[in-house]
Ligand binder design. Structure first.
Ligand SMILES: Cc1ncc(COP(=O)(O)O)c(C=O)c1O
Length: 405
């Protein structure tokens, strides 16, 4: 991969912060957008703007075709059919959609949902809410001190009562890559359905829903070079047949009388209201960008950067690394704490050096508690990051240490 050429596609990377070249290492929170995505969104807005589904005029037909083409491209990226891809705002909305439309309908008192302590709050709170509402039970699988999923505990917590397993593919905090194929196989043995949170994985590692065999997969476009407010949730056809509605209103109906409504067939049923057409068009362009580079190459580059970053961080005295040391089971996320220095102070001093990282609990409070932490600092990589960016991070940390000496 030609990183220099890739960087040229991202206008924001030319920005200077406090007079220094921006080093953007907050990709797990959101990614930057290449000009191809920005142009696709602009072209839609400038030349094809119209509402979809409801119009017969040329612009509306064009917008409708572009939206459906985007759906096919986005679905194809994760090995799904267009009829299995519901376009939503983000992973959070996708998971809530499954909790309401499928969970409320198919779970009852006494049933169990199994999730893990390493989940982002987006894949934990909807299950807390759902199990409370129906009198079901939520079981939370533990991790090792390294932040690796405890598969023995997972096996112990699975039973005939388990109706759903909700698990993250790559942790946004430890970077741990969970063995989702094995998890799906184990869940299937007890007859449970599986939701995979792919918010950190579909763009960095790739995931084929047909090969993995899960029932639901949620992801966010803004974390994968696409616009904010555009994402997807894959729902297997057989699960769709078991689902009720989520949000109701225009666009998701077949027929409406004063008293009742009949729902549209297919994925439209879960896309009430005007969809984010320009967002979907931009996300499809982002998908193509990944496909041109190749997910294997993307993974290889980020793995190399992660290995380099871990090695360099180990050299900084007083830094405690969080998550597995082995990069084979780790995505491009490097999280750490500095002895006696608060994560917010670390991030603030790094910002003065134009190095953008995230500090806090990264929406994984239970995991932080399990690892004995209140907050941490996270650097996360993407295709436009380089070893020089890691060096800038290390230089910044040396400044942090000097300030707090
Ligand atoms: C693993 C994981 N799941 C879910 C989410 C929620 O994503 P969004 O805020 O785009 O809905 C995030 C965001 O950081 C995440 O890292």
């Amino acid at each position: 991969m030609n990183i220099k050429k890739i960087k040229e596609d991202f206008p924001i990377l030319k920005r200077k912060i406090h007079g220094k070249r921006l080093v953007y290492l907050d990709n797990a929170a959101t990614s930057q957008k290449p000009r191809q995505v920005l142009e696709a969104v602009r072209e839609f807005q400038e030349k094809h703007m119209a509402n979809v589904h409801r119009g017969l005029h040329t612009l509306s037909e064009e917008a409708g075709e572009m939206y459906e083409q985007a759906r096919r491209t986005i679905a194809g990226f994760v090995g799904a059919e267009a009829e299995e891809m519901i376009l939503v705002r983000n992973a959070t909305e996708g998971i809530n959609l499954v909790a309401f439309a499928w969970g409320l309908r198919n779970l009852k008192k006494g049933d169990e949902i199994v999730t893990t302590v390493m989940e982002h709050h987006a894949n934990l709170i909807p299950w807390q809410q759902l199990t409370k509402a129906i009198g079901a039970k939520l079981k939370v699988v533990e991790v090792t001190d390294e932040g690796v999923l405890d598969m023995k505990d997972f096996e112990r917590k699975l039973s005939k009562k388990t109706k759903l397993v909700a698990v993250v593919h790559i942790s946004n905090t430890t970077g741990t890559i969970n063995p989702v194929k094995e998890i799906v196989e184990m869940a299937k043995r007890v007859g449970a359905k599986v939701l995979i949170d792919g918010a950190q994985s579909v763009q960095h590692l790739g995931l084929d829903v047909k090969k993995i065999g899960g029932d639901f997969l949620a992801f966010s476009g803004h974390k994968m070079l696409g616009p904010m407010g555009a994402g997807g949730v894959y729902v297997k056809k057989a699960r769709q047949e078991e689902m009720g509605v989520f949000m109701t209103g225009g666009g998701m109906i077949k027929e409406v009388s004063k008293e009742r409504a009949k729902w549209a067939d297919g994925v439209e049923k879960w896309e009430a209201g005007t969809p984010n057409v320009s967002g979907a068009v931009g996300l499809a362009e982002a998908v193509k960008y990944h496909e041109r580079l190749g997910l294997k190459q993307i993974r290889r580059h980020e793995k190399e950067l992660t290995e380099y970053a871990l090695k360099r961080l180990e050299e900084v005295k007083g830094v405690r690394l969080i998550g597995p040391r082995e990069v084979k089971i780790r995505g491009g996320v490097v999280t750490f704490v500095m002895e006696k220095i608060h994560a917010h102070d670390v991030a603030q001093i790094l910002d003065s050096e134009a190095v953008a990282v995230r500090s806090g609990h990264h929406c994984t409070m239970p995991l932080h508690r399990r690892l004995g932490l209140v907050s941490s600092t996270r650097a996360s990589f993407y295709i436009y990051n380089t070893k020089e960016d890691v060096d800038r991070l290390i230089e910044g940390l040396k400044k942090v240490k000097k300030v707090f000496k």
